[in-house]
Design a protein around this ligand. Structure first.
Ligand code: DAH
Length: 339
């Protein structure tokens, strides 16, 4: 048995591999279940008890040697594999696809950027709202059509809880929780029970604007919106305000911009009108200020609300609102990445 151990030790020590495959053959020959080492261990069972200690030690040493040798050879061939690959280290690195921002995020960020330049902060409110913040505090009467089940998603267990239908609800939170002067915009998602089409969706995004202070007038509103429109759509952009109605503003208006495509001459985007509507606005109704514990005799303010999808569609000529929610990379990658 001692001789056999010596022989195998010799074989292991003198083995010179020629390839990776050769190393693997060697491993199988020596270390596998049917290998020479296993045979020796089987034979060990028949060794006389007084020799067991000595031979056992030798066998263990032999096994360690074999394992070390195989490991060493394997490493050698693996690292030489890497070196063998022909590499031109001067080649430029492969470019990494970093993705791009969603068009709605691009436009939301631009809106935030524009208003922050004239002193507006950004604020946030919950998407799951109570009736008070979404409707009642905003002076919306109990029989107003917007409260209709067809327009609003109510939580079935509790009709007091709704998915907010407008970011105007954030106005109420802000006025309840802070003191004037207030100058803030609130971007966020809103929900309406609408059939999905190219022009309507059950979820979309709005930005609410709110400015409350002593002596705020309609002229301030006009000027802020003119500044926004020129920054967003270009210096030559004109605005016009048309009388309208919203429960939470008095007086109320809808604002159009001169069509950014035909510059007012009339085209298929503005349907020949030369103007396109982009937002609703007005002076905050004194009743809303009082609902939020702001003294309407001391303070006044303006508010406005616009749809981010609408602005984005106009800016990038997107014709179908559904594209924003489908996450089709072919659509999304057309918008410039912001690094
Ligand atoms: N909340 C309105 C809507 O969803 C938009 C709006 C209009 C917001 C006038 C305002 C406003 O703050 O003054 O259609």
């Amino acid at each position: 048995m001692k001789n056999k151990i010596e022989e195998l030790l010799n074989e292991i020590e003198t083995f010179a591999a020629e390839s990776k495959e050769h190393v693997e053959e060697f491993r199988i020959k020596i270390l596998s279940k049917k290998g020479k080492l296993t045979e020796l261990f089987d034979e060990f069972k028949t060794v006389a008890p007084e020799l067991k200690k000595e031979i056992g030690q030798k066998l263990n040493e032999l096994r360690n040697k074999a394992q070390e040798k195989v490991q060493e050879l394997k490493e050698k061939y693996e690292s030489s594999d890497e070196i063998n690959i022909e590499q031109d280290l001067t080649l430029p690195a492969e470019s990494i696809a970093i993705g791009s921002r969603h068009p709605l995020s691009l436009v939301r960020n631009q809106i935030i950027d524009i208003f922050s330049r004239i002193g507006f902060t950004v604020s946030d409110g919950p998407e799951i709202e109570d009736d008070w913040h979404n409707f009642t505090a905003l002076n919306t009467p109990a029989d107003h059509p917007a409260r209709d089940m067809q327009d609003t998603f109510y939580i079935s267990e509790n009709p007091d809880i709704v998915l907010r239908t407008q970011t105007s609800s954030v106005q109420v939170h802000i006025m309840e929780n802070s003191k004037p002067p207030i100058r803030t915009i609130s971007p966020g998602r809103v929900y309406r029970n609408e059939a999905i089409s190219a022009r309507a969706h059950c979820q979309f995004h709005q930005v609410e604007g709110l400015y409350i202070d002593k002596g705020v007038s309609f002229a301030d509103l006009k000027q802020a919106l003119l500044y926004f429109s020129k920054e967003m759509f270009g210096e030559e952009t004109k605005i016009r305000l048309r009388p309208s109605f919203f429960p939470f503003t008095e007086i109320s208006a809808e604002m159009d911009i001169s069509c950014p495509f035909c510059k007012g001459d009339g085209c298929n985007i503005c349907k020949g009108a030369g103007w396109v509507e982009i937002l609703g606005c007005g002076m905050v109704d004194p009743a809303v200020l009082e609902n939020c514990k702001i003294d309407s005799k001391v303070y006044s303010g303006f508010a406005f609300g616009m749809g981010i999808e609408r602005i984005t569609m106009l800016k990038y000529q997107v014709k179908d609102l559904r594209l924003f929610f489908e996450n089709d990379v072919r659509f999304l990658k057309q918008f410039k990445p912001v690094i």
